[in-house]
Design a protein. Structure first.
Length: 460
């Protein structure tokens, strides 16, 4: 039997290859990595409690390699093949995101690892959007876009061959895995030659800048790679000092003692020279940008309902945008209603926690006494502890805010709210996982592990 490279190894190699490629293509990304590394180092030096929390949850070792990327696809076949390729890397579709409600004609999922062990190894994620051609109002332009997309092949033949081989054999050898990473990386490269004429590009651009970005090129160039910072407000302040033009506000919840969900900021999209097909005319295109994120704790369904309610209240006061001068103040005021204490968050069932044993001997003594298993009582005695589970996913409003700010902040298209998860899953060729169910499973698995250790004493 051949020895296969693990999915974790392939994903880690791909993540590093993508980072090296993007650093070459977008030098400011390298500046961003240096900035984040400096802030993370300083934050850990100044906050011993945070360092201890990350170490206890075995989260510290993943911090330096953690990235998420984003791509935009044009057809159902591209999406289905991308799912197969990511599966070889141990990445699966999680969540459904309808961005049309925020004026962006796509819907999306996030390909990522789903097991706790895989996430600790390398939590590389790719937010993957599918263009919704049905939202292009001009029927003739819609048909033209469909025809253009039908002619392109975004994967190398060898990438698809190796994917099929992995599916048939149950994996790839180390040599095949190296080749697989090299071949798949080609799909995400930047191409400065458009596949359409300047006139067609302008028509597509008129429908929506993102339509032009998806349809006009050979493939779905990665449009950002995002490192994780431990203090996004410090990163936001530092970006201009290093010559990086940051977007106006941080997307997501306000700054808190105990971070929740996801906060994101970015630098403005680059204006890059391109050459148009047919006429050879010179032009420019803006799509690729830099982004930084700070990940907080995952919220339960009740926690998300409260978050969505508070956020909707703030946005309704000033429309859908989040760039007004007083937005941050309004957001912080509204979120006073969201508890910022770990005990309250846990007791009210607003966030997910991972349980672990602190004192195995003490736990054994309590178990031997015949006392019923009671997590809260064990925690009160200092025998077990609960740490917040990191949020591994995305927020549709925040994603749309990043998209809009980097595709021309003044452009606001209006589409009827029309989530189409069934159609998306049909194109994908598989259902998307419910992210909250994954967190529920993670939390329950940790409880079960503590319970099993407790029961083992009773069964001796």
């Amino acid at each position: 039997m051949p020895t296969f490279a693990s999915a974790d190894q392939i994903r880690d190699a791909f993540s590093r290859a993508m980072s090296a490629m993007y650093k070459t293509e977008v030098p400011q990304y390298g500046t961003l990595l240096d900035l984040v590394a400096d802030i993370n180092r300083a934050t850990l030096e100044q906050d011993a409690a945070l360092r201890g929390e990350l170490e206890a949850g075995d989260e510290l070792r993943r911090l330096d390699v953690e990235r998420h990327g984003a791509i935009r696809l044009g057809t159902a076949q591209e999406l289905a093949d991308m799912r197969r390729i990511f599966r070889v890397m141990g990445m699966f579709p999680v969540g459904y995101y309808d961005l049309s409600v925020a004026g962006v004609p796509v819907h999306a999922t996030a390909f990522r690892p789903v097991s706790d062990a895989a996430l600790r190894n390398n939590p590389f994620r790719v937010f993957t959007s599918l263009l919704r051609l049905e939202l292009i109002a001009d029927a003739a332009l819609r048909a033209q876009a469909e025809a253009i997309l039908a002619r392109r092949a975004i994967f190398t033949p060898r990438a698809l061959e190796l994917t099929a081989l992995a599916e048939e054999a149950g994996g790839l050898t180390e040599a095949q895995a190296v080749e697989f990473v090299q071949e798949v990386t080609q799909t995400f490269r930047w191409h400065s030659e458009a596949t359409v004429s300047h006139a067609t590009y302008r028509q597509l651009h008129g429908a929506h800048r993102l339509v032009a970005d998806v349809v006009s090129f050979k493939g779905p160039h990665i449009n950002h790679l995002t490192p994780r910072t431990l203090d996004i407000d410090a990163a936001q302040a530092e970006m201009p000092r290093r010559g990086i033009a940051a977007k106006e506000v941080v997307e997501g919840p306000p700054r808190r003692k105990h971070a929740i969900l996801l906060r994101q900021t970015s630098f403005k999209a680059l204006e890059e020279p391109i050459v148009f097909a047919e006429d050879g005319a010179d032009g420019s295109h803006t799509a690729r940008f830099g982004e930084i994120e700070q990940r907080g704790m995952a919220l339960t369904r009740a926690g998300r309902a409260l978050y969505d309610q508070l956020l909707a209240g703030v946005r309704s006061m000033q429309g859908a945008g989040s760039a007004s001068a007083d937005y941050s103040e309004r957001l912080a005021a509204a979120f006073q209603a969201f508890p910022d204490d770990l005990d309250q968050l846990r007791e009210r069932g607003l966030a997910f926690f991972r349980w672990r044993v602190l004192d195995a001997d003490g736990l054994a003594r309590v178990a031997a006494s015949g006392a019923a298993f009671d997590l809260q009582a064990l925690r009160a005695q200092g025998l077990v502890a609960a740490s917040p589970i990191v949020y591994e996913d995305f927020l549709p409003v925040s994603a749309a805010g990043i998209f809009q700010s980097n595709l021309g902040g003044a452009e606001q298209k209006s589409y009827a709210a029309n989530a189409a998860q069934e159609a998306f899953e049909a194109a994908l060729g598989a259902p998307v996982a419910d992210e909250i169910a994954l967190y529920e499973q993670s939390q329950q698995a940790s409880v079960d592990a503590v319970r099993a250790q407790y029961a083992a004493v009773l069964n001796r």
